[in-house]
Structure formats: C-alpha cells, structure tokens
Design a protein around this ligand. Sequence first.
Ligand SMILES: [Zn+2]
Length: 434
Amino acid sequence: MSATETATWIEDIVAETVLVDTHEHLVEESRRFSPVFDRLLPCDDWSLLFRDYLQQDLDCAGMGAEEKRQFYNPEVSAVDKFRIVYPYWERVQHTGYAKTFSITIQKLYGVKSFAIEHIEQLSSQYREVKKPGFYEHVLRDVCRISECHVNSLERIFMQTAQPSLLKQDISIMELSRCNLADIKNVESELSVQIGSFDDWLAAIDRYFEKCGPQAVAIKYVGAYYRALNFRHVDRHVAEQYFSTLIAVRPFIGHEGAQALEDYLFHYCLRKAQEYRLPVKLHTGYLATNDSMPLSRVRENAVDVCRLLHAYPDIRFVLMHMGYPYQDEYVALCKQYSNAYVDLCWAWIINPVACVRFLTEFLVSVPANKILTFGGDFIVAENVVGHSVIARRGIAESISALVDRRWIDRGALPELVTRLMKLNAEELFPKATAA
Ligand SMILES: [Zn+2]
C-alpha cells in the first residue's frame, strides 16, 4: 500500500467508526422551538451557528458591538446579516471555528460556500433541517455519534427528554461557588429553603442522591474565574463565611469567597468519589475575548497535579488538553493513573496543535487515557463541522505514526475504536449502561 492509499484506508476506518461525544452544552431540543430569544439562543436563523465559537474570532478580527447586535437580531434579514458579517468573515475564514461553519453548511445543508448567492439556500436549509427529531438526525445519522455528554448551562442537572442520546453531567460550579444567586437558584430547583450551612450541604447531598445515579460525571468550570488551587479549609471557617454571606452582607470579599469555595469543592469531590463519578475539569484556554489571565491558566496543570495526588480514587478528566500548555498534560496523564485528557473543543481552537498533541500522546501515554471528541456547543448543528475536523485530525495523527512504522497496520482498527468510543465507555460505564 502506498502512503496515500494507507492514509485513505485510515480515513475510511475513522469515518466509519462511531464516536462517543464527551462534552456538549446542548439545550434540550424542545428549547430550539421556543419563540423566546435569550443569551443562549439570541435568534433562530443561520446566524445562530456563529454564536459558539466563531463569534469570538469575529470580535477578535474587529467586529463592533452594534454590528454584533444587528447580526443576531431576529428582525434583520438574511441578506443584511450577510452584509454585516462578511467583511469579518474574510478575515477569520481559515480558523478552526470558521472551518467548522463551512463544513457544517456543506455537509448538513449542501451549501457550497458562505457567499451572497447561497444565502437563500442557507436560510431555507437551516429551517428545513431544524424540525422535531433533528437532534437524532444531526448527531446520530450525520455525525455518527452514539451519545453526547451534556453539561447544561441552564440547570445544575438537566432532566432530559432524550436520556439515551443526551447523557448529563452534574455541574458543581454553582454548588461550590455558592453566591447569593446560586443559593436562590438551588432553592428554586429543589424547592427548599436555605437558612444555614447545614442546609446548603444537605442540598448538595440531595443533588447527588437524586441525580448521581443518572449522571455520567461531575463538571467544574471554575477555572474561568479562579485558580484550581483548592486549599483545605476547616468546616467552621467555611460555615462562618456562609453565615456572613446570607445574614449580614452579600459580599464576603475575595478571601471569604475563595475559602468557602475551597471547602465546598472538596465536599463535592468527596461526593463524586462516593457515587463513583469521574470529575471533569475545565483547563486551559478561555472562551472569552480580551480577558484571559494567562499566568493563572498556565498554573492549571500544577494545581491539578495536587488534586490527582490527593484523590487517587477519583478519575479526573482534564478538558481541552489544557491548551496552550498541552505538553504538561501529556506528562500528567503519563504519570498519574487517574488522569485522563479530553480533546473536546481543542480540535477547533488549534487544529494543527491538536493533531500534534494526539500524535505525541499516542507514543508516550497508554492509549486508554484520552477522550477524542466533544463539540462543546449549545447549538447541535455545529457538531457536524467539528466532528469532521476531529475525524480528519485523528486519521492524520494515526497515519503519521503508521508512516513512521511506529504503529502496525494490523493494530489500527482496534486502536481507532478505542480512541473514538471504547475509552469513553470504559471511563463512563454508566453512560452506556443506562
Ligand atoms: Zn464546555
């Protein structure tokens, strides 16, 4: 077989293999038919596909706030939306985020390219595809995904109408951050009154009792606003800050908020351990614009290292390969048997770095320590483009290793299945058992 024939053979195997998708923020399908627009779903036309994450590249390329408002305004026509976005599209079209969009509209809608002459087709195909039942069609038929893990942005744990397709994480950020809004939210979700620290801990227990048996994992996204350096805080200290928070003044200062969260984070980890739930941690790059404290992000691997050491019985999933500090994550996964890396979102943040990472990972770390796909989207259609980029990247990494005679052809089908499916099934046994 020539190198080109081998590459095509590998691409075919990867294309045929079913993927387990270990990270999405998909809203419930029924929400996509709601006439109410909000922060998560500002409109209901093709511009919605730009919302995560392509908009960040548009912002970075110079799109203004007013243009952005008009672009997502449900009242603005498709042609006007195109005119607003096109000058910026030209600048961003070669990034992973933009490629996701281009591939999605080609594969899902048959739209050749993002051009004015195709706008009508794009508008009508968006509506044509978005019909009741479209999650099954998009995710299972088009993307060949067996199931998605969803970290809901609307509920601490989403009771989904599609439990075999959309497995759910328990989001512990709201439980450990514990500000007044979080307390109010928990009171309303559980229909309880929170008057003391004991009440708050009982509420956490309640989430685990109620949702733990159905959940696939717990998810913590606090790296967006703090370091992952959770100290051991005495219970009475945490309790004091909590009492001050609810009874005296809502602002307990940075020190107080951090100490309270440190205590509660460890509390949630112990619950995860009790319920044998893997712990997914956001690490690395932030999905924001003009506000990423890189010195803190750089420390994520160092901070996580302490957790890996302190909780040997918990399996930690380090998300997004800690980009741009991915080398440290190869070392962590090689060293610690309880460390796993997840390439969710990473394929489109920097597709070339992600191929390089997977290639290096496979020659350094046991192959069961990596999860290879998560779209990280609110809008399901975008999973199409991202999954194509991920499949291409997986095939490219493996082809490089076969070319270098590092991996035998005979070992390939099994390795591909392990990377795309089996690792997730082994790490999250409840997902497949349900
Ligand atoms: Zn995410």
